[in-house]
Design a binder for this molecule. Structure first.
Ligand SMILES: [Zn+2]
Ligand SMILES: [Zn+2]
Length: 207
């Protein structure tokens, strides 16, 4: 998959952001500017100085637009949604190696407000997923009582649940069962192989 480490980081912020919405987890996790500030610090979002209620409103609105990409019915629809988000953000790609990071590209305009900053970075991360033909990795948790989203970066795209505490448990149980099944299959294959080896040995003409 042609997804860079930077895109993976942006996708992780995207998932965290989308899962703060009341639609995803039952209550608003970004109810005020203080909560938004701790989100910015926690996610290590750079070049953000002070936040206002306008920033909070912009982030709430952006969240809805980004979430729509996860439920887009077609790639065309996803592309249109992503293009709209990125175009509104006024992106200016530039190389940077701030804070001892390796060289990477910032898509947000210098000193962009948080909403535009996130729209540029997270919108571009989604653009890369669509471009790589990996849109199916944008998933909604399959637990019946959960509406969180996640990006399935597993090799075989087999992930079904988000990593919240309850669903994470389901995830572990499912992974455990899958490991057990494949161990049993391996044992069975080994038994068949051993039986064949015996047959082959017996088939060798002697004398
Ligand atoms: Zn950076
Ligand atoms: Zn879940």
């Amino acid at each position: 998959m042609l997804i860079t480490h930077d895109t993976e980081c942006a996708l992780s912020i995207l998932v965290e952001l989308l899962n703060t919405s009341p639609g995803a987890c039952g209550s608003e996790q970004l109810p005020d500017v203080a909560a938004l500030s701790s989100f910015v610090v926690g996610q290590e979002i750079s070049e953000i100085d002070s936040l206002t209620p306008a920033d909070l409103a912009a982030v709430h609105a952006l969240r809805t637009k980004l979430r729509a990409v996860f439920s887009a019915a077609s790639t065309e629809e996803a592309a249109e949604l992503v293009n709209a988000v990125v175009a509104a953000a006024g992106t200016t790609p530039r190389l940077t190696n701030h804070d001892q990071h390796d060289w990477h590209i910032h898509y947000f305009a210098p000193h962009a407000a948080l909403g535009d900053h996130l729209a540029a970075e997270l919108g571009m991360a989604l653009a890369f997923i669509v471009m790589a033909g990996e849109r199916e990795r944008l998933r909604r948790c399959e637990a019946p009582d959960c509406a969180r989203v996640f990006v399935d970066l597993s090799r075989n795209r087999s992930r079904r649940y988000c990593d919240s505490r309850t669903c994470g448990n389901r995830l572990h149980v499912a992974a455990y069962r899958a490991r057990q099944r494949s161990a049993e299959a391996a044992d069975a294959a080994e038994a068949v192989g051993a039986a064949r080896a015996v047959d082959a040995a017996e088939a060798v003409p002697t004398g």
